[in-house]
Design a protein around this ligand. Structure first.
Ligand code: NAD
Length: 685
């Protein structure tokens, strides 16, 4: 399918028909040109309406075609748009619903545009590391003014037709309606059928306005991303150069970005998030169980955040605690979190009350009897979890999904205390659970297919990116994090400093380096885990430097001192820590060494890669791109680098192995899978 053609009265209607999102595939582009020719040749046709039907005009380029010969094959999108613009009869775009990227560029090639008020229009190319490549950067400023167009192009965020119609002096939308877009466009076409000359966006001019503030903002926020600034340059150019020069510049920029690392990485991320939804050994016809009511056990840090996810999408939640004060405290935190959103204008006071009304607090497990999914978020101790699941097994209705939010414990051991291990699954949220997008869905040895599918589906419904993991200590993310932290510790022991290490990895694109993260989360948390391990395994190697830091009570921001000294949230290198390190180095005969920042970043990132390779080989992760998704959505890995495994692929696995051996000495063995792929000159992804 590509397009459908019909004539209604004296108006030809061309409907783009390429489900699910009307992507502008090669066949679709051909269809539009063919149908347009037919309408122009038909003396019974006075005007043409181009539409995508109900719900979608077009979501833009067919990204499945990216990188294939079909994507650039004639007619390419600029040619299609040129044909529309040059048509001798008026073309009216009838927009209902999504009109993104190439879809909006196509609509800008029409002479007129009619849209339903709720339609959403935007140029999201920057999200894929690109700029619009079919005239969007030059035409949008001509109809919306340079500033608004620049905001839309550089953010990638869509806007509603209703909002765009209110932009001062706008020429984007000729009519905004609440009725059927095609009917409205046909009526409109009847009114303007004889108006000549035909208005063309290319003949308009855009006024030059200063955009320095936007540039400054972007430079700060875009953190190394090239596309948003390139889009801004092109918006400015729309106001200063003839359109054909602007279009040529746009095309050149588009092609350059398309060939670069950032866009390759961001496109990988796009596909990786979709791929993560597929579980190869489970038939795609497996139905998720319906979830209409959720139970949460424990109203602590995680339980409260987990509950909010469901309240946010209108799913009622029963939350159970052991004592009234803990319950009150938990509810208080949830309300306060919503209140912050109200104060920031992101939520109305009514919506806050509606969400709180969906929440039923309770001290009794019996109240979970009517829940379809129950998520446990109590203390991280096996005995506690097992006693909780024993009780849950007694009260939960048959068919309810029983999930644990454990970060480290063996889900199979928890499932084993129930009479229904097939219904038990891990749902590992990340803190703050109402904010972080990642959800590791942990598949136990007995977890039923439809239970796993249910956990993934509900994750998607609450806006999470779900990734399936098998059981191991730390699952995918935290196990890799341990390797990353070890690499940072190694650098400290080898003569580097927290400030140098943090700065290097922040330069790479992480929002925060490992030592600042430690100070934010509290160094006492990992200390408690280490102390438990030392007690259980007296021979376990000690983390001398971090232990000494904690013994001084330097737990981080909450104590005003950690790896850094704090004034408020401002981190300053600490003379106390300098002294601690100097004394460690002196004891161990290490000299203070300033490492090349690039080497620091590589040591940390390749530690992730090596650990990721082990995880992949052990079958803990289904595919390398899932590991990338975990790191991108849960651990702040820079999106424009595509995730650790993709980054390693681009870097070249033989070089990764070489560097790892150089960092660790020739006797150290990298993960066998990594060595094997490198030897065969293959990649992870
Ligand atoms: P928390 O101490 O903040 O909250 C635990 C809550 O569970 C407490 O309010 C406690 O009163 C309640 N509780 C204890 N036993 C209970 C029982 N039998 N029935 C009902 N409630 C009970 O802990 P948290 O940080 O929210 O962690 C909860 C779970 O989430 C742990 O398994 C933890 O490993 C996991 N987790 C934590 C994080 C994190 O960053 N904090 C991240 C991911 C997963």
């Amino acid at each position: 399918m590509s397009t459908q053609y019909e004539v209604r009265g004296r108006v030809a209607v061309i409907t783009i028909d390429n489900p699910p999102v009307n992507g502008l595939s090669h066949a679709t582009r051909e269809g539009i040109v063919r149908d347009l020719g037919r309408a122009l040749d038909d003396p019974g046709v006075d005007a043409i309406v181009l539409t995508g039907g109900a719900g979608f005009f077009s979501a833009g380029a067919d990204i499945a075609e990216f990188g294939t010969p079909a994507s650039g094959a004639d007619p390419n999108l600029p040619q299609v748009i040129g044909t529309l613009e040059a048509a001798s009869k008026p073309v009216v775009a009838a927009i209902d619903g999504t009109c993104f990227g190439g879809g909006l560029e196509l609509a800008l090639g029409a002479h007129y545009r009619v849209a339903t008020a709720k339609s959403r229009l935007g140029l999201p190319e920057v999200n894929l590391g690109l700029v619009p490549g079919a005239g969007g950067t030059q035409r949008l400023p001509r109809v919306l003014g340079t500033r608004v167009a620049a905001e839309i192009m550089t953010s990638g965020d869509p806007r509603s037709a209703r909002d765009l119609a209110a932009v001062d002096g706008q020429r984007l939308l000729d009519r905004v309606v609440d009725a059927d877009a095609v009917d409205a466009a046909i009526a409109f076409a009847g009114e303007i059928a004889n108006v000549r000359p035909l208005p063309r966006v290319r003949d308009l001019t855009a006024a030059a306005v200063p955009l320095d503030d936007l540039r400054a903002q972007l430079t700060k926020r875009a953190r190394g991303l090239t596309a948003p600034l390139a889009a801004l340059d092109l918006a400015e150019r729309a106001a200063t150069t003839p359109i054909d020069d602007g279009l040529a510049a746009e095309r050149a920029t588009f092609l350059e970005l398309m060939g670069g690392d950032q866009s390759a990485s961001l496109r990988h991320v796009f596909f990786a998030e979709r791929a993560a939804r597929r579980i190869p050994d489970i038939p795609s016809t497996t139905q998720a169980r319906p979830i209409e009511r959720v139970g949460v056990l424990g109203a602590g840090t995680m339980g409260g955040g987990i509950a909010m996810n469901f309240l946010n999408v209108g799913i009622p939640v029963t939350i159970v605690e052991t004592a009234q004060d803990a319950l009150d405290r938990g509810l208080g935190v949830i309300r306060r979190n919503y209140q912050i959103q109200v104060d920031r204008g992101r939520l109305t006071a009514d919506a806050l009350e509606q969400r709180m009304a969906l929440l039923t607090p309770s001290l009794s497990y019996e109240d979970l009897a009517n829940c379809d999914l129950i998520i446990e978020a109590v203390f991280e101790e096996m005995d506690v979890k097992r006693s909780v699941f024993t009780k849950l097994d007694q009260v939960a209705r048959p068919g309810a999904v029983l999930a644990t939010n454990t970060s480290t414990l063996d889900v199979d051991q928890i499932a084993a205390v129930t009479s229904r291990p097939g219904e038990v699954v891990g749902m590992h949220f990340f803190s703050p659970a109402n904010v972080m997008r990642l959800l590791e869905v942990v598949r136990g040895k007995d977890t039923a297919d439809d239970v796993l599918v249910t956990a993934m589906a509900i994750g998607q419904r609450i806006g999470k990116v779900g990734v399936v993991a098998r059981i191991c200590d730390g699952f995918i993310g935290n196990r890799m994090l341990a390797a990353y932290r070890d690499a940072a510790g190694d650098l400290l022991r080898s003569g580097s400093t927290p400030a140098e290490i943090d700065a290097a990895i922040e330069e790479f694109g992480f929002a925060m380096g490992p030592f600042k993260v430690g100070d934010l989360a509290g160094n006492d948390i990992s200390w408690a885990i280490r102390k438990r391990r030392y007690a259980e395994h007296p021979d376990a190697p000690r983390d001398e430097i971090t232990d000494a830091l904690c013994e001084m009570g330097r737990f981080g921001q909450k104590t005003g001192a950690g790896w850094y000294d704090y004034e408020g949230r401002d981190a300053k290198p600490s003379p106390v820590v300098d002294e601690l390190l100097a004394s460690y180095w002196a004891r161990h005969g290490v000299t203070r060494t300033t490492f090349d920042p690039e080497e620091i970043a590589q040591r940390l990132v390749f530690a992730l890669v090596n650990s990721g390779a082990q995880i992949l080989e052990e079958g803990i992760a289904l595919r390398a791109s899932d590991i990338d998704v975990v790191y991108l959505s849960g651990y702040g890995f820079p999106r424009h680098r595509g995730g650790p495994m993709f980054y390693a692929d681009r870097f070249g696995l033989p070089r990764v192995v070489e560097e790892l051996r150089r960092f660790h000495g020739p006797d150290w063995e990298p993960a066998p899978l990594l060595v094997r792929l490198a030897a065969e000159n293959k990649t992870f992804n």
